[in-house]
Design a protein around this ligand. Structure first.
Ligand SMILES: O=P(O)(O)OC[C@H]1O[C@](O)(COP(=O)(O)O)[C@@H](O)[C@@H]1O
Length: 262
């Protein structure tokens, strides 16, 4: 049996996933503030930064752009995802198989979203079971986007809910579990504790000031988190490499936000 192991996605145990599945999840509106970001080439180039430990994309973007970056970028194939035009109870269609990710995309790892609390939770978790078991056969780490959402839960980020989301990663067999920031270092520490050996990373969220964004990243690291999975807070900025320099200092070099911003 393959033991839990996120190593291919880490640098000295830390994680910085650059997420770029927004063209599917949110649509072109996310690219409006910085039109170059609609071009996947610009984000693949950003992903060659030493701070980035993998780039998460959907199958089509991987097929079209990864062949030129195979030597410089660790690819995390996001296997499911749904457009913002879907108005039903939270759900996510499976767009790529583990086998296709491994053999055709030549991806290094796979990612999958579940929406615990949705009426569709059972189906999503059963789909996750299949991809998690197949990923083990291919020796690929599995990243779980664990986003409680649905019915009475509206994108909930309360501490106990985020701790539960993190725990699901451990229970279901994720190597890395991605959760929203619960609003405090203590809340994150609780989530990290509940996730056991499953590494916990924070989901970046919508674009914020450098200072506010980096403070939350610092809090995650101080809470024992492994790092970050971030999209908009990197590639919506005019100079993605500058914030990646700062993230390298905070996540990989253990620096303070003040030092990272100098
Ligand atoms: O479901 P939400 O909250 O709209 O956000 C989904 C997006 O957030 C991410 O999980 C992280 O990206 P961001 O850092 O831009 O928030 C993406 O992978 C995904 O496309």
């Amino acid at each position: 049996m393959r033991p839990i192991d996120a190593t291919p996605l880490t640098r000295d145990g830390n994680v910085l996933i650059l997420a770029y599945d927004h063209g599917l999840e949110h649509g072109p509106v996310d690219f409006a503030g910085r039109p170059e970001s609609a071009d996947p080439e610009s984000v693949f180039r950003a992903a060659t930064h030493d701070a980035v430990t993998s780039l998460a994309v959907q199958k089509g973007v991987g097929e079209a752009y990864y062949p030129s970056y195979e030597d410089d970028v660790t690819l995390l194939a996001k296997l499911n995802g749904t457009s913002n035009m879907w108005i039903g109870e939270p759900d996510s269609s499976v767009n790529c198989s583990v086998e296709y990710a491994a053999t055709q995309l030549e991806a290094d790892a796979v990612g999958f979203t579940i929406y615990p609390g949705s009426n569709n939770e059972v189906e999503m978790v059963e789909e996750f079971r299949e991809i998690q078991e197949e990923a083990r056969e291919y020796d690929m780490p599995v990243v779980l986007w664990s986003y409680p959402r649905g019915q009475g839960l509206k994108n909930d980020t309360k501490e106990d809910i985020i701790a539960y989301a993190a725990r699901l990663g451990l229970e279901l067999g994720a190597d890395v579990t991605k959760v929203k920031y619960p609003g405090s270092k203590e809340g994150m520490a609780h989530a990290v504790e509940m996730a056991g050996k499953s590494k916990v990373v924070m989901s970046g969220g919508s674009k914020r000031s450098d200072e506010a964004f980096l403070q939350s990243v610092r809090a995650v690291m101080d809470a024992g988190g492994a790092g970050l999975a971030v999209g908009r807070n990197v590639w919506q900025r005019e100079q993605p490499e500058q914030i990646l320099d700062a993230l390298e200092r905070v996540i990989h070099d253990g620096q303070s936000v003040d030092a990272a911003l100098q």
